[in-house]
Design a protein around this ligand. Structure first.
Ligand code: 3HC
Length: 699
């Protein structure tokens, strides 16, 4: 009995082996059609007396990579994956799973329900559900502890980490690693079962040793590290049930899974998953990128050395240029220190670090050494005149076709490009500090940037394992433009009565790792001060200006690096800086402001509404291609809480009408700052959401 080849799951009989092949590109997600197909194929294999062993495997590049997460939140359709898996486990005929690629989530759970698991070398298994705001809901929380015990199961399930085949074998998650073509391995393993060389059994029959200590320790750890999150705690609750009856455990696991599905965090986390991938859909996606085999970086400060480190870690040789020998030494030392950190974190061996420093990094004070570089990234001080002169020199030095990139975070890339005779080769590559750690890369496309240069920016990001987001040219591009706007709302609240500590705490409670004042202290208050001074001549007279941070900077207090800013930094936890608070009081008195109380909810509402307002204008101006690109920028560059999906996803949860109502109410006090963007007004009237907003024509 053999199915037609066009089905998403087909049964093929080869002698006495029933091959159940899942063929649902790109990642064989267990959609409703796959679950239905698996049920039918397994039933056919059971009914076929000529089949004695059944082997399940995936066509293409992977086994099942998980449930089809686009189905989450919609009414569940039978057969559900737990039903499919229970059917597999109950099968009288042995069912083997041959895993390759990534057997994740519901995919690995199909494997767990099978009577033996074989992996091809290089396979990765895992239960990443927690990263999507759910828990393994097709038997994972009950069957994994049966295989590897409670402590290892907790680690796997609450971290969601991927586990390589070798470790999986060591842990006991799989039975064997077999090399070869997946179909050949499937046939070979069926033979091994028949010959008695491969043992088969039901995972559900195994007993779990109770371990209250491990459960309590994990619950306590999560209370500290994941207090904002819903699903990790539910994972522990589900694993705790694995010591009891399997059927009862599975029923409760399903209930907990559905609680997670209904949680807004699940929607936020899945939105974040798709936002990351959608950002790669750019008009230039079909254009082949150029080859980049060597990189020049100008500037060895924090940004330049971070960018150089990121490129070196991705295997690219880097020539780092500084003006003086001293600055060059500091830049080289910063790269070496960054690489040492990578060794510490296990991302690099000591030998690899030494090899990079001796063979791949060139330090020079002569810009002419960039003549042969495929890509040059300028990362010097944010000063237009300096950048202009550098690009004039690069235009003379660099070989034809080299990409000339600026890492400016605010300045006009069109004006920088105009200094060259090759504007089509000029682009903005805006890294975020520390550049070898932060995942965001804003690819800033100037008016005349060529499509293959844009495509190369995206290809570079992929090579550096970063998330690239396409941005148009404006002051601050996507992220910093929005930040500059909502940061004012923060300062207005500070002036009107909230303390830096209350504002920080309210936003940290919302889910940010650090509040805005703690972030400013970390980044260095002098950086934003320099930007404010640069923009001062452009400041509209109607705009309210808060000078508190300027006054703090005038004292020489730049935050962490000087030991004091909004907070005092000593050996222990930072404490509020009383002198900064005195400046706040003075400024209020000078402005005749009687401080008023703010609730934490109002603080969050004002910050989020300001952020969303400016983000809406960024969309209106065509600076971002789609709302979810703005979410990606904030998730990967600004520490926006991932479970809230990003500012535009958050906007949809609040609703356009409520946002407009808030803006109109606050505009009574400050009509210049609080203005309703026309797009938001239209959405409020017509009832639309950012999620429904059509992407531009080319998608
Ligand atoms: N459902 C639906 N679509 C999925 C998907 C899934 N589980 N996983 C990936 N896709 C889509 C992606 O959106 C992308 O679509 P696009 O081309 O239209 O943008 C396409 O498949 C390819 O994905 P990637 O670009 O991510 O490809 P990679 O090769 O880089 O990575 C992967 C492949 C490792 C499988 C990665 O996609 C991934 O991690 N997927 C999610 C895996 C996961 O979390 N599984 C658990 C789901 S929850 C679950 O199983 C619940 C169960 O317990 C009941």
């Amino acid at each position: 009995m053999t199915d037609t080849p066009d089905k998403v799951v087909r049964l093929e009989r080869v002698d006495a082996t029933g091959l159940v092949i899942i063929d649902n590109p790109p990642v064989n997600a267990s959609s409703h059609a796959v679950r239905q197909g698996l049920t039918e194929a397994l039933a056919m294999a059971q009914a076929d007396d000529d089949i004695d062993v059944i082997v399940v495997f995936g066509a293409g590049r992977t086994f099942i990579a998980g449930a089809d997460i686009r189905e989450f939140g919609k009414p569940p359709l039978h057969p559900l994956l737990p039903e499919v898996n229970n059917g597999i486990e109950a099968s009288e005929k042995p069912v083997i799973a041959v895993l390759h690629g990534t057997a994740l989530g519901g995919g690995f759970e199909v494997g767990l329900a099978s009577h033996a698991r074989i992996a091809l070398p290089g396979t990765q298994v895992g239960l990443p559900e927690v990263t999507l705001g759910v828990l393994p809901g097709a038997g994972g929380t009950q069957r994994v502890p049966r295989l590897i015990g409670i402590p290892a199961a907790l680690d796997m399930i609450t971290s969601g980490r991927r586990i390589g085949a070798d470790e999986a074998l060591k842990l006991g998650l799989i039975d064997r690693i077999e090399a070869g073509d997946v179909r050949d391995v499937a046939l070979r393993m069926a033979e091994a079962v028949r010959a008695g060389d491969l043992k088969t059994w039901r995972t559900g029959d195994l007993a779990v040793t109770p371990d209250e200590t491990a459960l309590e320790a994990e619950a306590e750890r999560l209370d500290r590290t994941a207090r904002h999150l819903f699903s990790p705690h539910k994972c522990v609750e589900a694993v705790a049930l694995s010591t009891g009856d399997l059927a009862r455990g599975l029923t409760r696991e399903r209930e907990l899974f559905m609680e997670c599905i209904d949680s807004p965090q699940r929607a936020g986390l899945i939105h974040a998953f798709f936002a990351e991938r959608a950002a790669a859909r750019i008009p230039e996606a079909g254009t082949p990128p150029m080859q980049v085999e060597s990189v020049g970086v100008i500037g060895g400060g924090t940004m330049g050395s971070g960018i150089a480190t990121a490129c070196l870690l991705a295997g690219l040789p880097v020539t780092l240029v500084e003006q003086t020998d001293d600055a060059l030494d500091r830049g080289g030392a910063a790269v070496a220190a960054n690489l040492a950190q990578a060794v510490k974190r296990g991302k690099l061996t000591e030998d690899a670090r030494a090899a990079i420093l001796s063979d791949a990094l060139t330090l020079t004070t002569d810009m002419a050494d960039l003549a042969e570089a495929d890509l040059v990234i300028e990362a010097v001080f944010e000063d237009m005149d300096i950048k202009r002169s550098i690009f004039r020199r690069l235009d003379r030095i660099c070989k034809p076709g080299a990409i000339l990139a600026t890492n400016t975070s605010y300045l006009d890339v069109n004006a920088i490009a105009a200094e060259t005779t090759r504007q089509e080769d000029v682009i903005g590559l805006h890294f975020f500090s520390p550049a070898h750690v932060m995942r965001l890369l804003e690819v800033v496309v100037a008016h005349r940037t060529a499509p293959d240069v844009v495509a190369t920016g995206f290809a570079l990001a992929k090579r550096l394992r970063k998330v690239a987001v396409r941005a148009g040219v404006c002051d601050g591009f996507i992220g910093n433009r929005i930040l500059a706007h909502y940061r004012k709302a923060v300062d207005y609240m500070l002036m009107d009565g909230a303390s830096p500590q209350q504002i920080d705490a309210a936003l940290e409670d919302f889910g940010f790792a650090l509040g805005p004042f703690a972030v400013s202290d970390l980044a260095g208050l002098d950086i934003a001060w320099a930007t404010r001074k640069r923009k001062a001549p452009l400041r509209p007279p109607e705009e309210r200006y808060i000078a508190i941070a300027d006054r703090i900077c005038e004292m020489g207090w730049f935050g962490r690096k000087t030991g004091r800013g909004f907070y005092l930094y000593g050996d222990g936890k930072p404490v509020p800086n009383p002198d900064a608070l005195a400046i706040v009081d003075e400024e209020r008195t000078n402005a005749r402001i009687t401080p008023r109380d703010f609730t934490d909810d109002e603080i969050v509402a004002r910050v989020m509404t300001a952020m969303i307002s400016e983000a809406t204008r960024v969309l209106e101006d065509g600076i971002a291609l789609r709302p979810s690109d703005i979410d990606a920028v904030f998730l990967f560059g600004y520490g926006f809480p991932r479970h809230r999906g990003g500012p535009m996803h958050h906007a949809d949860t609040v609703g356009a009408a409520e946002l407009v109502r808030r803006i109109e109410a606050w505009a009574r006090d400050d009509p210049y700052y609080w203005q309703v963007p026309p797009l938001l007004a239209r959405m409020a009237q017509e009832g639309g959401t950012f999620a429904e907003m059509k992407e531009r024509e080319w998608t």
